[in-house]
Ligand binder design. Structure first.
Ligand SMILES: Cc1ncc(COP(=O)(O)O)c(C=O)c1O
Length: 415
């Protein structure tokens, strides 16, 4: 028998094994200064394209004021205890009502974190007789929620409605045999490549198959649809989404999340969702701050307009400069380049140090070997000057990448 920690110390995991080379720079970087289009990294001012503060609310003076006042009045502890026991307030209720109204559902339920919320909601919604059918490229929280499921699950090819239908046929057979139901799970917006989930086509399958649809709209809330009401509105199928989810960690620039659905379903979640039943409720400063943010999303359409002005300028500028942005239909702007991991690291280093541009880098095993994605997240705080400088910087690094400069730098670093 081994000491448990022997393996852990030896095998640090697929990402942990890169810690020595990457920590503090490529992973766990410290972006400093107020959250905005330009922040400090490694002692330099950089254009920041890696923050999901889509509407620029994170550092908006009105938001800061409400956050500060709420923290001063209530501290960060109130209310104490789980919602069910002692952590419930009229403001939690008000926020739920307003979230529900905003996304046109009967009721809503707050959760402390989107990740835990989804894991726990998937766990609560299905019994062992039920079948889950979910998109292959969904976020880790959905995958982990599905892992808890004691019954059958089928995964369909990413955003492939034909594959979904095939799996729905299998699921229908299985659910009928078990006297269970079917839960289909998709994202509203897929965060890595920026495609919208094909919600319209998925919803159309409801005419042929009996299933309920859960949509994780983390990136669609605030950015898509009339008034920023999400991907369901964007595609005109909000009524077909049986359980709608959005996090406060992106457009709302806060922390927390909510589910919205029919009253009965929300009540079921309130009494059966273990992540909320057995955890402290969302602190009041977050709740009051979220009420303010939601109000600003509702009353300041210019924030979303500015976001999209920047998205359109960035995406059309990059495309005109010959960059491949894949199939994005949202704010998420992935720039696809070809190269290996050491080249990607040298390139990102150059981009940050010499061009003053900070963005996320995605490589194998998240995407196929030989491919690099530089992922840009435009926000309402960016300027057209940021866009222009970034396109110039990208043209510069692409020439070097194609000329083998980064390959040589990476090879020299190994020696
Ligand atoms: C699609 C999706 N779902 C859920 C989450 C988790 O949300 P939270 O940060 O509130 O835990 C994220 C955040 O990264 C996300 O992108």
């Amino acid at each position: 028998m081994k000491d448990l920690f022997e393996r852990i110390i030896k095998d640090k995991g697929p990402l942990g094994k890169w810690a020595k080379q990457a920590e503090g720079y490529y992973v766990f970087p410290k972006l400093e200064g107020p959250i905005s289009n330009r922040m400090h990294f490694n002692g330099k001012r950089v254009i920041t394209w890696s923050i999901n503060d889509y509407l620029g609310l994170a550092n908006h003076p009105e938001v800061l004021k409400v956050d500060g006042e709420a923290a001063a009045e209530y501290g960060m502890a109130y209310p104490m205890g789980a919602r069910m026991m002692s952590g419930h307030t009229k403001y939690h209720e008000q926020l739920e009502q307003e979230c529900a109204e905003f996304v046109d559902k009967e009721a809503a339920y707050l959760v402390n974190f989107g990740y835990q919320g989804i894991v726990s909601a998937v766990d609560a919604l299905v019994s062992k007789n039920d079948v889950i059918v979910y998109d292959m490229d969904t976020h880790a929280c959905i995958i982990d929620g599905v892992r808890l499921h004691a019954g059958k699950r089928f995964v369909y090819k990413h955003n492939d409605v034909e594959s979904l239908e095939k799996n729905l046929q299998r699921a229908t057979k299985m659910a009928t045999e078990n006297n269970g139901g079917i839960l289909v799970i998709s994202e509203g917006v897929f965060g890595m490549r920026g495609e919208q989930g094909r919600l319209k086509e998925i919803a159309a399958l409801k005419k042929k198959y009996n299933f309920r649809l859960l949509v994780d709209d983390a990136h669609g809330f605030g950015t898509l649809g009339e008034g920023g009401r999400g991907t369901g509105f964007e595609q005109g199928v909000q009524d077909d989404i049986d359980v709608y989810f959005a996090t406060f960690a992106k457009s709302m620039a806060g922390i927390g999340a909510f589910f919205a659905a029919d009253k009965d379903i929300i009540q079921y979640l309130q009494y059966n969702m273990r992540s909320q039943m057995f955890a402290k409720s969302l602190p009041m400063a977050m709740v009051k701050g979220a009420l303010k943010r939601l109000d600003m999303i509702r009353t300041m359409p210019e924030l979303k307009d500015k976001l999209w002005e920047n998205v359109n300028a960035l995406q059309s500028g990059l495309r005109e400069a010959g960059f491949d942005l894949g199939t994005t239909q949202t704010c998420i702007t992935p720039v696809f380049l070809k190269g290996d991991i050491p080249e990607a690291m040298a390139m990102v280093n150059d981009l940050r140090e010499n061009y003053g541009v900070f963005c996320s880098i995605v490589v194998y095993p998240v995407i196929p070997k030989g491919l690099i994605i530089l992922r840009l997240i435009p926000t309402a705080t960016h300027t057209l000057q940021d866009v222009e400088e970034t396109i110039e910087a990208f043209s510069g690094i692409r020439s070097k990448l194609e000329g083998g400069v980064y390959k040589r730098i990476a090879a020299a670093m190994v020696q």
